[in-house]
Ligand binder design. Structure first.
Ligand code: URC
Length: 307
């Protein structure tokens, strides 16, 4: 049976590029998921395996990261226009370039601290929270006598673009990790906190206010901790909540360490001065711990924060 080739396209999908623009101490983030799809005179590679017209998908990936450095990312549209124009005008066999971009929004974390690290209307210059992703959760248990209320949130994505180091760790023959003195610290916070309200005469907490205040303390502790490890940041977040919210006795966190690796741009003759990162989605470090009011029994199950 004779066959013929139909529509075809190729390229690197889902290039996760994070571009940080450093305007003095004020940093700006563009966080994109860029997918490249190219088509044109690609019959031969399908019919005979000749790669003569094939710009490698690996090259399309490199171009995305190099363009992030060379041209910056003013807007997703502008970045996509640059890329599409480049592929079609620089490679004769490529007739059509389709660039799909998803953009993930980040907001500055607000604080009332008067520290010089803050700008304008009490906004931190280098701490960001991903917009509109988090889910609020709660679990109420009643056995006819006692109540247990565990509340929390998940998918609260936060990032510090500086003020994070990681060094001085154990090194064995399998250790290749370089010590970091200025790295990105990013995580998707999953937390569950347990209220000490059991209804034996105690006043019920204001759940709405408690959630908002707990979330605010969590974010502010994340933003204001100069971090030597994600473990240390976790403990600061938890202890700040226990110290400020008397209605909460215990909080457990599950924090993936969302690694951001500096991209080597030397092969393209470009210097990467802590500006262009590859945002890896896996594997990730997973840091989990409970912070308790002194003298209180832990009751939040170990795996609950992964639900
Ligand atoms: O904050 C960190 N804690 C670790 O335990 C760890 N391990 C690692 O490889 N990187 C990091 N970062």
């Amino acid at each position: 049976m004779p066959t013929i080739l139909g529509q075809n396209q190729y390229g690197k999908a889902e290039n996760r590029v994070v571009r940080i623009t450093r305007d003095g101490d004020t940093h700006h983030i563009k966080d994109l998921n860029v997918s490249v799809a190219l088509s044109g005179d690609m019959d031969d590679v399908h019919y005979s395996g000749s790669n003569a017209n094939v710009l490698p998908t690996d090259t399309t990936k490199n171009t995305v990261f190099a363009f992030a450095k060379e041209h910056g990312i003013e807007s997703a549209e502008q970045f996509g226009i640059h890329l599409a124009r480049h592929f079609v005008t620089s490679q004769e066999p490529i007739k059509v370039a389709r660039i799909r971009i998803e953009e993930y929004a980040w907001e500055r974390i607000a604080t009332s601290d008067g520290n010089s690290r803050f700008i304008g209307a009490d906004e931190v210059q280098h701490s960001f929270v991903r917009k509109g992703q988090e889910t609020r959760v709660s679990q109420i248990t009643y056995d006819g006598e006692k109540w247990e209320v565990i509340s929390g949130l998940k998918d609260l994505t936060v990032m510090n673009s500086t003020n994070s180091e990681f060094w001085g760790y154990v090194k064995d023959k399998y250790t290749t990790l370089k010590e970091a003195y200025d790295r990105i610290l990013a995580t998707d916070v999953s937390a569950r906190w347990r209220y000490n309200w059991t209804d034996d005469g105690q006043r019920m907490p204001n759940w709405e206010k408690s959630y908002e205040q707990t979330r605010t303390h969590m974010l502010q502790a994340f933003a204001e901790t100069y971090s030597l490890s994600l473990q240390q940041t976790l403990y600061q977040m938890g202890s700040r909540i226990i110290n400020h919210r008397s209605e909460i006795d215990e909080i457990r966190f599950s924090l993936p360490n969302n690694h951001h690796f500096l991209v080597d741009l030397e092969p393209f003759g470009l210097k990467n001065d802590n500006e262009v990162y590859f945002a890896a989605d896996r594997p990730y470090g997973l840091i989990e711990a409970t912070v308790l009011r002194d003298g209180v029994e832990p009751k939040i199950p170990v795996d609950m924060t992964n639900l």
